[in-house]
Write a protein that binds this ligand. Structure first.
Ligand code: PLP
Length: 386
């Protein structure tokens, strides 16, 4: 069944499965125990941390393993709220994932400045630079911007923003959950605060990581034990961590170099679907986007009906982000891009994986054409019968 919802989650990569089983079989002892078998678990944890740090290009001592991106986002924003001055502001990209927006809203009430965006939802570098200078520099706040958007695939200029934030000594928080495993991780380690989630790139669910700045040595996600050098208490999930790192190493060594080919598949599909379904629109069509993600505004009929019909034909797509699915009201991401609630209710997110073939893409375009015809016929039977 062609699966086109990889931004929600990915199937477990076979290298990750192997690494998970190996760690669970061979290194199941508690890393904190006092004998040699436990020391071997600690060595494996250290090796995983070093490999990940090598990919991100940062100091391994600045990495904490977490249960995923949501935990990381909350922990970072809690830390900023506790360490920045009480009147400090967070400049937050309005298209962030709800886990970031919820934490920011709860911990910086009345002290959030939305980042200025271009019409495609990209943080506008010059106005953001101005905002940093006017409102945040000198310890007055921090910037929060994701690397790639989960709904539209739009890429943010995180490198440029990191440079500007570093110059102004303003902390930058970057949710890289959708970037990592699809595009090279190199350079992300230079951002103050970065985090990711294993199940977005072929690793297991409930495993992730964050990188903190060396200046935040007192950063504690939760106290109660010396695990993770005291940054996060709780017995380490070595199988999950080993599997996550194995999945990322594979993506970095064998996959992310194929980005250009994959982009071509996406563009070809976009052209095909525009012919197949007259009137369909692609959100942020002109922007730099992830090679795997397309957000489509269908010309008619509420998105749940498209999704159900495509599902019946064997294609799994989404109405938006997985966490937004089923919630009332249109997506905040599309609202930030000026998409009206009526159009937002017709949005479908297609997100491919590394194993998606050209045949899968072609078949999806054909399925869209068939569903379009069926839905038009149901809406207006006279047109078809006549
Ligand atoms: N950030 C982004 C951009 C995401 O797409 C997601 C998952 O959908 C998350 C954070 C949360 O990840 P997790 O549910 O693994 O904590």
């Amino acid at each position: 069944m062609p699966y086109f919802d990889h931004n929600a989650t990915t199937p477990l990569a076979s290298v990750a499965r192997t690494a998970w089983l190996q760690a669970a079989d061979e290194a199941w002892h508690n890393a904190s125990s006092p004998y040699r078998a436990a020391a071997r678990v600690r060595l494996r944890l250290d090796a995983a941390r070093e490999t990940l740090a090598g990919l991100l290009e940062c100091d391994p001592a600045c990495i904490v393993f977490t249960s995923g991106a949501t935990e990381a986002a909350h922990a970072i924003i809690v830390h900023l709220a506790a360490t920045l001055p009480v009147e400090a502001r967070l400049a937050v990209n309005p298209t962030e994932h709800p886990c970031v927006l919820a934490a920011a809203g709860a911990l910086f009430p009345g002290r959030i400045t939305p980042l200025p965006l271009t019409p495609d939802g990209i943080a506008a570098t010059e106005p953001v630079g101005q905002l940093i200078a006017d409102q945040l520099a000198g310890g007055r706040g921090a910037v929060v911007v994701m690397a790639a958007n989960n709904e539209t695939g739009v890429l943010q200029p995180w490198r440029e923003l990191a440079k500007r934030c570093t110059e102004a000594r303003v902390p930058l928080v970057c949710d890289a959950a959708q970037w990592i495993g699809k595009l090279p991780a190199a350079g992300l380690g230079a951002v103050d605060w970065v985090f990711g989630s294993a199940h977005k790139f072929g690793g297991p669910k409930g495993t992730g990581f964050l990188k903190f700045p060396a200046t935040a040595g007192n950063f504690i996600i939760r106290p109660g034990g010396a695990q993770e050098r005291g940054h996060r208490a709780g017995t380490e999930n070595l199988p999950g961590i080993a599997a996550m790192v194995a999945a990322l190493v594979e993506a970095e060594q064998r996959k992310v170099f194929l980005e250009t080919d994959r982009q071509l598949l996406r563009t070809t599909f976009e052209q095909a679907v525009m012919v197949a379904v007259p009137g369909v629109e692609i959100v942020a069509a002109g922007a730099e986007r992830l090679w795997n993600t397309i957000s489509l505004i269908m010309p008619h009929t509420e998105n749940h009906r498209w999704v159900a019909q495509l599902d019946r034909r064997g294609f799994e797509v989404s109405t938006g982000s997985a966490c937004a699915t089923g919630k009332d009201g249109p997506s905040h991401v599309l609202a930030a891009l000026g998409v009206s609630p009526d159009r937002a209710r017709r949005v479908i997110r297609v997100s491919a994986g590394w194993d998606t073939t050209v045949e899968d893409w072609t078949a999806l375009a054909t399925a869209f054409r068939e569903v379009d015809a069926d839905l038009r016929a149901t809406a207006n039977p006279a047109v078809v019968s006549g």
